[in-house]
Design a binder for this molecule. Structure first.
Ligand code: SF4
Ligand code: SF4
Length: 447
């Protein structure tokens, strides 16, 4: 099956140094079970899962240890068999504390009974597919962690016609999705067919940036010639081509309205790693208990793409990659543009941990923020067509009403504005704080 190029150019965008060469050619390596797993109940967008086990319980791999606490929530499963050592609140990579279940593995890795493969998934209806995805606790694995069963169950009036598989992986340094496409293209393609069936979508597009020729070739080979209206679309390498709204516009020319969702324009976007997890859940009946994380950066001895159980500590991931050398100036959970700085390596992986990045002194700059010089560069690169210069000044003045009127809630926190700003203004921090304040005001007004 051939490939096409994107027909439209999304606004804004930047070209940071990518550094993907550090880990891109490293095949996915499966990490042995660590001595302990700390499994968060808050691995997704929405309400945290409710723990169903207590200290001293024995658990089996794939057993539900956290029940979904509502429609926008997701179940959490034991990543291996062992004993529950602790149920307590721990800090998450994004900052807030959340309940986590600490499991000491027994080394047997025994699966729970009742795992039911379904190789003939074509006989399932869309409700049955969504139920299998919900039972497996699948959430978006590209970053946001939106529960996948919700995404594949749009309201009937949405009329989804197109599924876009997001294989752009535009964040510098990260290569986990790239390796998944090279090593598991056929499964990802079948996962796409499963999701498309649930959505009743007739068009499938696989979006990949042009700096990943091997992944483009692998996905092209995986799509059979007789597949109707399915194609790889090659995107120009530019950050943030992986952002949903930008990708939808680049491929289809459809513009998601202010405050709207992709389903408002008949489209659902799924990350390629999520799509592979859907394949595992529906075809093999397996819940989500592991993921591939890129462990990379100058201080890492052997950067690579590591398949590890959910709840593996960042320290164990680093040790598996040969440890570190030299000074570590910054630790980031995720990529350098949208990731979260960490105080140490104590956190455990979750369903959304796409990368663990360690930076040395040569890659980290200290700078002082200065007043805006009205150069307009932030406006030119904002993919959401916002005015970060104006917005940051409203937010500094705590004028949240005007910030809301200037569409601060549309900010996707991509960091393009801050990357370009010659005055080193903390623009993303302003936007994050502003969005949180607007949400608070909205909640207060509603109560
Ligand atoms: S962080 Fe927000 S304001 Fe800044 S460029 Fe991205 S979308 Fe625009
Ligand atoms: S890039 Fe920085 S200095 Fe230039 S207009 Fe935007 S906020 Fe002001």
């Amino acid at each position: 099956m051939g490939a096409s190029t994107a027909n439209f150019r999304a606004p804004g965008g930047i070209h940071p140094a990518y550094h993907k060469d550090l880990a891109a050619e490293q095949p996915i390596a499966e990490m042995p079970l660590p001595a302990m797993l700390v499994v968060s109940m808050s691995q997704h967008l929405g309400k945290p899962a409710e723990p169903t086990v207590k200290k001293g319980d024995t658990v089996l791999r794939g057993q539900v240890i956290g029940e979904a606490a509502g429609f926008i929530s997701a179940a959490v499963h034991a990543p291996t068999s062992g004993t529950v050592k602790l149920v307590a609140a721990v800090a998450t990579a994004a900052g807030p504390r959340a309940t986590a279940i600490t499991i000491v593995p027994d080394g047997e890795d025994t699966w729970v009974e009742g795992i039911t493969p379904c190789p003939g998934w074509q006989t399932l209806d869309k409700k049955a597919i969504a139920e299998k995805i919900a039972a497996a606790g699948i959430t978006g694995m590209g970053g946001a962690g939106f529960p996948t069963h919700v995404k594949v169950s749009p309201p009937p009036e949405a009329e989804i016609d197109t599924l876009i598989l997001n294989g752009a992986e535009c964040e510098p340094y990260l290569t986990a999705d790239y390796r998944l496409m090279i090593e598991h293209a056929a499964r990802i393609w079948e996962g796409a067919l499963i999701i498309a069936k649930a959505l009743e979508a007739t068009t499938i597009r696989v979006a990949i940036e042009d700096n990943k020729p091997q992944a483009i070739a692998a996905m092209q080979d995986a799509i059979p010639a007789e597949a109707k209206d399915a194609q790889v679309v090659v995107l120009k390498t530019e950050y943030p081509q992986g952002a949903e709204k930008q990708q939808i516009f680049a491929i289809t020319g459809r513009e998601v309205p202010c405050g709207g969702l992709p389903l408002n324009v008949g489209i659902v976007v799924e990350n390629v790693g999520t799509t592979l997890a859907v394949w595992e859940a529906v075809v093999n009946g397996l819940p989500l208990t592991e993921r591939v994380t890129t462990v990379t950066g100058g201080p890492i001895a052997t950067p690579g793409n590591v398949k590890a159980r959910l709840g593996t500590s960042y320290a164990d991931l680093v040790e598996f990659c040969g440890g570190t050398s030299g000074t570590i100036s910054k630790i980031i959970s995720g990529g350098p543009m949208m990731g979260f700085a960490q105080p140490d390596l104590a956190c455990g992986t979750t369903k959304t941990t796409s990368g663990l990045l360690l930076l040395g002194p040569d890659a980290v700059q200290a700078y002082e923020s200065m007043p805006c010089i009205s150069c307009g560069r932030c406006v030119g690169v904002c993919p959401m067509k916002l005015m970060p210069n104006e917005l940051s000044q409203f937010l500094e003045a705590e004028d949240y009403e005007t910030a809301e009127a200037y569409n601060v809630m549309d900010c996707i926190e991509c960091g393009c504005c801050a990357f370009e700003c010659p005055a080193h203004r903390p623009l993303v921090q302003h936007m994050r704080r502003g969005k949180a304040q607007v949400m608070l005001i909205r909640r207060k007004q509603a109560s």
